[in-house]
Design a binder for this molecule. Sequence first.
Ligand code: COA
Length: 337
Amino acid sequence: MSSAELSVFIRAVGVRTPERKLTNAELSKMVDTSDEWIQTRSGIRERRIAGPGENPSDLGAHAAAQALERAGLTPADVDLLIVATMTPDVPFPSTACLLQAKLGLRRDIPCFDVSAACSGFVYALQVARDMMRSGAYRRALVVGAEKLSSVVDWSDRTTCVLFGDGAGAAVLETTAERGVGLLGNLLGADGNNAELLHCAAGGSAAPATADSLREGRHYLRMNGKEVFRHAVRVMAESCERVLAQCGVTSAEVAWFIPHQANIRILEAVASQLNVGMERFPSNLSRYGNTSAASIPLALEEAWKDGKIKHGDLILIVAFGAGLTWGATLLRWHEPSR
Ligand code: COA
């Protein structure tokens, strides 16, 4: 069989979230906001905040270890590692290399980060799939790991209520079986709208200085209204395009796993697709927006809750800073079934 015929499927998922919960009530003591405002506008009740020693590489390593254990595999079985993050532990080396060392992965494998903000996990999945279909890599770890609490301005009520920390991981594997695993995909970006959601300083164009710190330019800034508008349009369109590409209708999709940004965004996307919210599992209320970690966190939860069954069609869709977006249709595959 030629390697071009290989399918790539998610064999197992794992997660790690920090213990520390930050509730809306606590936030309302920090900025001028209320539990009622946050819940009504975003659907979020609390989020997790990472402490010392809980960097993206740590959270990601724990999530990856759980996914490997559930797959019955060891670190030595991993042929490729991709980490999606917009909050790397350090500017360099990559969070993937730090995670590789923490997990004890082999040294003869590629380890790298993907930077696509909240779309990072979808981007990384598709990069991994395309590398694996060549037959060069049998098993990959794809990890979304974030510590957004480190880039949030805790005095800015328009953003600080929305974000949280966490990590999720997927073990990908190739199989000769057709029509299973990652079926169709789409990625897109629009750098002309980069400033809608960005961090102005801290990179090489504007290294951190005493002035940039004083002015808070190393923090995440967002035009919430515009981001909301783009997110709904692009996520709904991406779903429709991937479904059309695969010749599948939304009625055939068992579960939609969208990036967990805001419950009102999810409701608007579901409504545009004419799909009930019962097929849009959400954990936003407990984790907020965890960027690249949000899809694997939601996917793992739906799997652990017993919702996802062998053979189910699942559509994951994301949107984020860049702007970036992506969608992947997959057929859930449990080889032992
Ligand atoms: N608590 C109380 N009031 C707040 C607030 C908060 N945390 N944040 C903003 N407000 C105020 C605003 O200052 C504004 O006051 P004004 O009318 O006196 O000017 C009012 O609430 C309404 O603000 P607005 O921005 O119109 O609210 P909104 O309905 O657009 O909701 C967001 C704001 C941020 C929740 C919403 O725009 C959003 O979710 N956008 C997308 C964000 C996102 O998902 N980003 C990540 C994408 S990956």
